[in-house]
Design a protein around this ligand. Structure first.
Ligand SMILES: O=c1[nH]c(=O)c2[nH]c(=O)[nH]c2[nH]1
Length: 307
């Protein structure tokens, strides 16, 4: 069947994008008997002159989602997989510069950590044995339109807990308020953070951030701020975490944090004739308070999506 002539319609095509989502690519680098692996989940979203495919069914401008998947694998072989930000930037540049119809590419990457399996002496058992890191998932998102770049790096599922140094009191009260004030509680959350590199920062070559080193640095500051803040609310901790990153890491203009409050409620042990002096808690998984916010460098404009 041929692409049909476009019938008149009382409708307009709005924003659209397409590409292969969640291409899983594992790259092994063999350095003799010592292997190195990087494990990514890559999602490509392309947009541009795509009216015809939606309106008449002509696929002439469509670089297929299958091709975008193949490109991820081919680039992993050809150029290797270094930092997710760099891998995403290379893909974004390729799609936008090689296809006239594509004006914008958004590449999202998740990276899963693998640690070496160590023996009881702490040394690696082999050069090729790994255990999936039970840590957070690293994230990156690069958007390129042929001239400008937006690079968001981040992490999710980083679970942290302070067993003291957290209070929550003095809050507004209404007829539905039952929460007790506390001057000593557990504060726990699962950090979802994204940070945006300054506009105009090169993404490749001289002057580009050392992505892996910056990631480790930001992660360290988020953890240190969580641990080091005497908290009167999770909101206050959020601001301390974001501020520390902005203050300590040049080149990052914005940090967005989404922090579920993983409530730990003291269990009432009185029915059993037992004291509970802040020792036994019920870890509730839902519902949870969800505390979210953006911290900006002075003069910067917020650009990380809030949803
Ligand atoms: O740190 C907190 N912030 C809140 O806004 C809130 N609300 C709530 O019930 N507990 C907490 N804790």
């Amino acid at each position: 069947m041929t692409a049909s002539a476009r019938p008149p319609r009382p409708t307009l095509l709005g924003q659209n994008q397409y590409g292969k989502a969640e291409t899983r690519v594992v790259r092994v680098v063999r350095d003799g008997d010592t292997h190195h692996i990087r494990d990514l989940n890559v999602s490509v979203a392309l947009s541009g002159a795509m009216d015809e495919v939606h309106l008449s069914g002509s696929n002439a401008n469509v670089l297929t989602t299958d091709t975008t998947k193949n490109t991820v694998y081919a680039f992993a072989q050809k150029y290797g997989v270094t930092a997710p930000e760099a891998f995403a930037a290379r893909l974004a540049r390729h799609f936008v510069s090689s296809q006239d119809a594509i004006g914008r590419a958004r590449i999202r990457v998740e990276e899963y950590a693998w640690d070496r399996i160590e023996g009881t002496d702490g040394a690696p058992v082999t050069g090729h044995s790994f255990v999936r890191g039970g840590r957070e998932t690293r994230t990156a998102e690069v958007v390129h339109d042929g001239s400008s770049w937006q690079v968001l790096a981040g992490l999710k599922d980083l679970v942290v807990l302070n067993s003291t140094d957290s209070e929550f009191w003095g809050f507004a009260k209404d007829p539905y308020t039952t929460l007790k004030e506390t001057t000593d509680r557990i504060l726990a959350t699962e950090v979802h953070a994204r940070w945006r590199f300054a506009d105009g920062l090169p993404v490749e070559g001289e002057g580009a951030p050392e992505w892996d080193a910056v990631y480790a640095e930001v992660r360290g500051h988020l953890l240190a701020a969580f641990a080091g803040t005497y908290s009167l609310s999770l909101q206050q901790t959020l601001f301390a975490m974001g501020s520390r990153v902005i203050e300590q890491v040049p080149g990052i203009d914005e940090v967005r944090l989404s922090l579920p409050n993983k409530h730990h409620f003291l269990v009432d042990l009185e029915p059993f004739g037992l004291k509970n002096d802040n020792e036994v808690y019920f870890a509730a998984d839902r519902p949870y308070g969800l505390i979210e916010g953006t911290v900006l460098r002075e003069g910067a404009t917020a650009a990380i999506p809030t949803d």
